[in-house]
Design a binder for this molecule. Structure first.
Ligand code: GLN
Length: 542
């Protein structure tokens, strides 16, 4: 029998449901169980691909090319899974498929309604996500906050699943904020109580409640949550602020949450093993070194815009026992105040992330130039790769005003141009080059020495690429394209062999980075930043 765990959130969004859901999965995985995860996003968009990262955080890309909510990234990192588009449900996907069925005549003349047609579609998709991978447990996180209008059909669907799947096979977890008053230091459980009431009003009684608070909740708060939540005190847990989010499964397990869930779902397990995870967490919490990274981006005001990149940099840091301190710098600042570029000398590495459109690109190009000329370790990803080509074309090859046609369609030297298959595409949703594609690495290069394989599969999300007309000019001036698509026509990695560490990739290594198994390009970058800081010679390539 498959078991279903549903996670809802109260009081406000961004309360840490994604981390909690991942942590529950981790506690189950540590007991030898096989979980999978579904994220429900009640917005009307079909997927996250068309959403602005500045408002919604990054778009996470799956192997199969899904443009999904960033929480899928947390599930993948915590549980080392490779999820699919189907693991992310939105109101858009559900309604699209119900309406398509209606147009086909599948409903045989019946009036199509939210209950049962929309709710059936939701339940089928949750169950299918489990079947797809033969999971023993399907965790479903309902995005947004209980009480949102958009969330109602989803909550109704998960309510029905209790009846259909049975008490022993379903569990409702509710997480809500428990703020602490500045003045008195008192923990306030009233907002949590109200959110539990809201959940009950739609027919769901939580089985366990997780208080999200700055510090461990006190006995009084715990008693109130249990009393007003109608659950035993042993079913109340607390997710308090930790040094790293990777500690959360250990914190909750210590409070007995893993055992509680297994007991409640009648799952028999023989002990638990967190050993690998604990080693990684220990490395993160007790670093021996520190490296300072300048992330020069367009969405620097919202660190969630770069969450997978941030985590990949940290995974790389953990591998060499280094704490990675990232400063998120607005690229436009270097355009407004060009003299500020020398601030980059205070960093051990310069990182230029993904991006779209012209805003901030000149600032990023200036930062790339500074890193190259001052031999500061540099890593560029996707747009960062393309802008490094532009910088090199302009300042080394002498191609004045070289650019990407994304930024300036009239540039005299379009060194970055739309991919041929993108021409004529007008629809924005899900039409980029997406997901995992094969990349072939040349031997005896920085790329090969980091990835240690000739063939890799890395995830992509782009419309533009290096224009083949300029390869000769770039190569002749010393820019090496060391990774390419199988047919050799798509440039995937670049490096400058005379620099301490200068590397960029068209693909996004961060999406496959895992705690304890960092993305090789990120790990290589951080290691180089640390080595240079410690005065070590640059590592030889093999
Ligand atoms: N804007 C660039 C492109 O579409 C880069 C995309 C990205 O950085 N993900 O090709």
């Amino acid at each position: 029998m498959v078991k279903y765990i549903f996670v809802t959130g109260g009081v406000l969004s961004s309360v840490g449901k994604g981390i909690l859901t991942s942590s529950i999965g981790k506690m189950l995985q540590a007991r030898g169980l096989k979980p999978t995860v579904v994220k429900i996003d009640p917005y009307v968009n079909i997927d996250a691909g068309t959403m602005n990262p500045y408002m919604h955080g990054e778009v996470f890309v799956t192997d199969d090319g899904g443009e999904t909510d960033l929480d899928l990234g947390w599930y993948e990192r915590f549980l080392d899974l490779s999820l699919k588009q189907e693991n992310n449900l939105t109101t858009g996907t559900i309604y699209k498929s119900v309406i398509e069925k209606e147009r086909r005549g599948d409903f045989l003349g019946r009036c199509v309604q939210i209950v049962p047609h929309v709710t059936n579609e939701i339940k089928n998709r949750i169950r299918n996500a489990g079947k797809m991978v033969n999971a023993e447990i399907v965790l479903t996180e309902v995005g947004g906050t209980v009480g949102d209008i958009e969330g109602l059909p989803f909550l109704e669907a998960i309510r029905q699943m209790r009846v259909e799947e049975g008490y022993e096979n379903t569990l409702y977890v509710h997480v809500a904020l428990v703020p602490v008053l500045d003045v008195t230091g008192e923990m306030k459980t009233k907002p949590l109580q109200h959110s539990v009431n809201e959940l009950r009003r739609i027919g769901i009684q939580p089985d366990t409640i997780v208080a999200r608070s700055p510090t461990m909740i006190d006995a009084e708060a715990l008693r109130k949550i249990a009393l007003f939540g109608t659950i035993p005190e042993s079913a109340v847990f607390c997710s308090y602020n930790a040094e790293t989010v990777y500690q959360v499964p250990l914190i909750l397990d210590k409070q007995g949450m893993g055992d509680f869930i297994c007991g409640r779902l009648a799952i028999k397990c023989k002990g638990k093993d967190f050993s690998g995870w604990e080693v990684f967490v220990d490395g993160m919490v007790h670093p021996e070194h520190e490296v300072k990274i300048a992330l020069v981006g367009k969405y620097a005001g919202l660190s969630d815009s770069y969450v997978s990149m941030t985590e990949a940099l940290r995974h790389g840091g953990a591998a060499c026992k280094a704490k990675v301190c990232i400063s998120y710098l607005e690229a436009e600042k270097f355009e407004r105040e060009p003299h500020c570029i020398s601030d980059l000398a205070n960093f051990d590495g310069v990182f230029v992330p993904y991006g779209f459109g012209p805003r901030g690109t000149e600032g990023k190009i200036a930062a790339t130039k500074y890193a190259r000329e001052n031999n500061i370790p540099f890593l560029g990803i996707c747009y960062g790769f393309q802008l490094a080509v532009i910088e090199f074309a302009r300042n080394v090859c002498g191609l004045k005003d070289a650019n990407s046609t994304e930024i300036n369609p009239d540039t005299p030297y379009p060194v970055i141009d739309l991919m041929p298959e993108q021409r004529g595409i007008e629809i924005k949703g899900a039409t980029m080059r997406l997901g995992a594609h094969k990349v072939v690495l040349q031997k005896v290069t920085l790329a090969y020495s980091m990835f240690a394989q000739e063939e890799i599969h890395e995830r992509h999300r782009h419309r533009f690429e290096v224009n083949l007309d300029y390869i000769e000019a770039l190569k002749n001036n010393g820019l090496c394209f060391t990774g390419k698509s199988s047919d050799g026509r798509r440039m995937e990695t670049l490096e400058l062999s005379d620099k301490y560490f200068y590397f960029a990739s068209q693909f996004h290594g961060e999406f496959k980075s895992r705690p304890g198994r960092p993305s090789p390009e990120y790990a290589g970058f951080i290691q180089a930043c640390l080595n240079r800081k410690l005065g070590k010679p640059k590592t030889t390539i093999s």
